[in-house]
Design a protein around this ligand. Structure first.
Ligand SMILES: *Cc1c(COP(=O)(O)O)cnc(C)c1O
Length: 334
């Protein structure tokens, strides 16, 4: 942030050559870090919530299908309802994962929406299950919310048509920037729909693509956010994505093993294969509030439970910005 002030990023014109370089460098680093193929577009939005809306607007004419197992996947579903689509879903209880062979995707659905890492409950969809869904529904577009699992999540883009995140979770940045990755089939689909009627205004995929080709954005974007993302990405590329993923797994195992035999805590996601490594949710005997307060006294901030779980759960973020030492002091306190 100090460098951003030195470089006058706060007054950088988004039509300048320097901005175009910033856009280009940031998207190039994203491609390198996340393995995004060259034929995929990368767009900057305001948030992941915006990505839900843009995806429904740009990729759905009539009907969408959703996997729902918590608050965020439900909100994605509700976005499609509010935009007037015919919406169907497969829902399981909070804390549970999906059994893919048991899922019947409605015939009319044009897209399948999956929140890969349900931040409200700490349940993750294994990537082989995502690919199973796509292989069994090849004519439908598969859209993946990876807000609280990027950059840890290792996606094979052969099976995914669009994916998105916002920067305040796994990238450890101030909020206010969303990143949307759109594959060629999704681009083609949005253009075909656009020829029938406009798919929104400045953030239709066609408009986003027209500007992205010039390394620009349609509107004045969060230039500072993009600048900060660029530098965090450079750090991550230098460190190496394999190391980041390995460290995330190690910190996860440390926490899991610390609580698994402690009668005070229960891992909310019982199934090891479905348990998120980046958002670890614990049910706390007798309620979570005193624990959250006692951790706060030690300068350790954990999330409360989400929605109806507010008073019973804690949610532990295990992002690249959280060091092994951070996790060790958390475990000592627990
Ligand atoms: C936080 C979160 C969102 C919303 O992100 P915003 O940047 O606040 O719009 C969407 N999906 C998941 C899974 C999240 O964790």
């Amino acid at each position: 942030m100090v460098h951003a002030l030195d470089e006058n990023i706060g007054s950088l014109s988004h039509r300048s050559l320097k901005f175009e370089e910033l856009f280009h460098e940031t998207t190039a680093s994203l491609r390198k870090l996340l393995g995004v193929p060259p034929e995929f577009q990368i767009f900057f939005l305001a948030s992941a919530t915006e990505a839900w809306e843009r995806i429904i607007e740009n990729l759905v004419d009539a009907a969408s299908f959703h996997l729902v197992n918590g608050a965020f996947s439900r909100k994605f579903y509700e976005t499609a309802v509010k935009l007037g689509k015919r919406v169907s879903m497969h829902e399981v209880e909070d804390g549970k994962g999906f059994y893919m062979p048991g899922i019947e995707v409605s015939d009319e659905a044009e897209i399948i929406c999956v929140v890969q890492n349900e931040t409200s409950t700490g349940v993750a969809v294994p990537t082989h299950d995502l690919y199973y869904l796509k292989k069994n529904n090849p004519e439908k577009l598969l859209v993946v919310d990876m807000v609280s699992s990027a950059p840890y999540l290792d996606i094979d883009y052969e099976f995914v048509d669009a994916a998105f995140f916002s920067v305040q979770k796994g990238f450890g940045l101030p909020a206010g920037l969303g990143v949307l990755i759109v594959g060629p089939k999704a681009m083609a689909r949005s253009k075909a729909l656009e020829s029938v009627r406009p798919r929104g205004t400045y953030h239709s995929f066609a408009t986003l693509e027209r500007y992205a080709r010039k390394n620009q954005t349609p509107e004045t974007p969060n230039v500072l956010g993009i600048y900060l993302l660029r530098h965090v990405l450079e750090d991550m590329v230098t460190k190496g994505i394999d190391t980041i993923r390995k460290e995330t797994d190690e910190k996860y195992v440390l926490i899991r093993d610390a609580v698994i035999n402690n009668p005070k805590y229960h891992l909310f996601t019982a199934d090891e294969d479905m348990r998120s490594h980046t958002v670890i949710v614990l049910e706390v005997e007798g309620g979570s509030r005193p624990l959250i307060e006692s951790l706060a006294d030690a300068n350790i901030v954990v999330g409360s439970g989400y929605g109806s779980h507010k008073l019973n759960h804690i949610r532990i973020a295990n992002f690249p910005a959280h060091s092994l030492e951070n996790m060790r002091s958390l475990i000592t306190r627990l």
